[in-house]
Design a protein around this ligand. Structure first.
Ligand SMILES: *Cc1c(COP(=O)(O)O)cnc(C)c1O
Length: 502
């Protein structure tokens, strides 16, 4: 264990860049040479191999140059908790497997439902991520609707009712793709999700939602759930929850709030009000492994009415028999899609018990402030070379390198692909790419409270340098992608952190 810890420590201290820039074709031969049926001589050899295959190329989410996806640096207490839960190997299924762990998870569920304001009858369960949380919420919504359609017992016993092809889910045009995936898994198909148009700030347009619901009614369709997103993955935009909730209530439609990204605002003293209306949801998804700075995986699905969790209950004689439930034994498996499940609650527990909720909320506030400052920095260049698409809502920035004088869409896209690839190839930065209205953009997702404006400035400068070098070469030799741009100034990865793990 000590050798492991020092290996990880060395690897973290030694790293200078957010990624090694390795490409699949370069690493694959190393794997081709390995025969899994022939073990190595000892653990040291195994660790050496892991260093070569994995640690040397690991992508460092805590490096200021990593600004691609919703991955966060993690709190130190959460790592300690992982070091406790893994050797114990607790599986939070039934009381007879997880005693105290069951109550730790339950207390965190009660804590977060109170923070949301879901009311006395609320409950929930930890899940592997927002995808599973959304699936579970929509499964409960579907089954609640099917129960109304085909009477008691519903489709849990008999499969989908005959008119299931009329069931519809409404979600904004920029909601997460896991909604479509869930619809397919639930036997409804991707096309059962009706996209609702957004306003200019990428928030669901409530008038459009009302119109879509009216269309459904006129077409004899059965809209049973609306998914409102509190923090869209690309834009960070938060749908207008109060208006959506009112509409759902008046029409008896299940409101699911996907707060996988924005859930951390529950702990923010400055921005908690952005989530106003979330307390009216029937179900909520929260990813602790995003804005609560927890290790993967850590998420929860919460419901207003705990009875709805019955839609995922199955009593097995060997595990969680009926009489055990009747006796009041808290078996968490009764409300989970999973059976064997990691004790992911412990890391959030130790984080709250040591750092505290205010510190976590403060991290998110810092990240939001940094995003706004970075946006200002980029806007200063707007006349020259950087085009910022939207005002940031949470902590993403969508932009592209677009030098004055170039307007051809294909050329701009080529330049930006080149920038993204060059940054990553050189280990200078990991930046995401996305498409908005058919156009390719670069995306920053900021989730590191220790990143400073200078770090962002340095990255933006590199983006401009690569963009300019590529544009110049294109002019010179008609689009060849072979460019050389100056290496970056020394990137320092040595910063000391009291509470966020490096
Ligand atoms: C990240 C995300 C998800 C999916 O969550 P996973 O934890 O990756 O499964 C769902 N919805 C939104 C809005 C997200 O940002």
């Amino acid at each position: 264990m000590q050798r492991c810890v020092s290996l990880v420590q060395r690897s973290l201290i030694r790293h200078q860049r957010p990624c090694s820039g390795v490409e699949p074709g370069e690493l694959q031969p190393e794997f081709d040479a390995i025969d899994l049926d022939r073990p190595l001589a000892d653990v040291d050899a195994g660790l050496e191999e892991i260093q070569r295959l994995y640690l040397d190329h690991a992508v460092h989410f805590h490096d200021p140059g990593y600004v691609a996806h919703l991955n966060c640096p993690i709190t130190l207490p959460s790592i300690l908790a992982e070091a406790i839960a893994t050797p114990l190997n607790t599986a939070v299924e039934t009381w007879d497997q997880s005693a105290g762990a069951t109550l730790i998870e339950q207390k965190l569920i009660d804590w977060v439902t109170a923070r949301i304001g879901l009311g006395e009858a609320a409950d929930g369960v930890f899940t592997s991520g927002g995808t599973q949380s959304n699936l579970m919420a929509l499964l409960m919504a579907r089954d609640a609707a099917c129960e109304r359609l085909s009477g008691h017992g519903g489709n849990r016993h008999h499969g989908l009712p005959a008119d299931h092809h009329r069931l519809r889910i409404l979600a904004s045009a920029v909601s997460h793709f896991s909604v479509q995936k869930a619809a397919a898994l639930l036997g409804l198909g991707h096309n059962a999700v009706i996209p609702v148009p957004c306003d200019d700030d990428n928030r669901m347009d409530v008038a459009a939602l009302r119109a879509r619901l009216d269309d459904c009614h006129n077409d004899g369709l059965l809209p049973f759930a609306v998914v409102a997103t509190a923090g869209t993955t690309d834009f960070g935009s938060i749908d207008p929850l109060p208006g959506i909730a009112e509409l759902c209530q008046s029409r008896g439609i299940w409101l699911h709030v996907d707060a996988a990204y924005g859930g951390g605002l529950l702990l923010s003293r400055r921005y908690r009000h952005w989530l106003a209306g979330i307390e009216q949801a029937d179900s909520v998804s929260i990813d602790y492994h995003k804005t609560f700075f927890q290790p993967v995986s850590c998420s929860a699905c919460l419901v207003r009415d705990r009875h709805q969790l019955g839609h995922v209950t199955y009593h097995a004689d060997y595990l969680n028999p009926h009489d055990q439930a009747d006796a009041g034994t808290p078996d968490l498996v009764n409300k989970s899609l999973q059976t064997t499940r990691r004790f992911d609650a412990l890391k959030l527990w130790l984080t709250l018990r040591t750092l505290g909720a205010d510190a976590l909320g403060g991290y998110l506030d810092d990240v939001i402030a940094l995003t706004r400052q970075t946006c200002r920095l980029m806007r200063e260049r707007e006349r020259d070379d950087i085009d910022v698409l939207t005002t940031p809502a949470l902590s993403t920035l969508i932009f592209r390198y677009c030098p004055a004088g170039i307007s051809d869409e294909t050329t701009i896209e080529t330049i930006n692909h080149h920038i993204r690839h060059t940054l990553s190839r050189r280990g200078e930065g990991v930046v995401a790419g996305t498409r908005v209205n058919g156009r390719f953009y670069l995306k920053f997702t900021l989730l590191n409270p220790q990143t400073r404006l200078e770090d962002m400035n340095r990255l933006i400068t590199r983006i401009a340098i690569h963009g300019e070098a590529f544009t110049t070469t294109m002019d010179a030799d008609n689009g060849s992608k072979e460019t050389t741009t100056p290496a970056s100034d020394n990137h320092t990865g040595t910063r000391h952190a009291p509470s966020i793990a490096r």
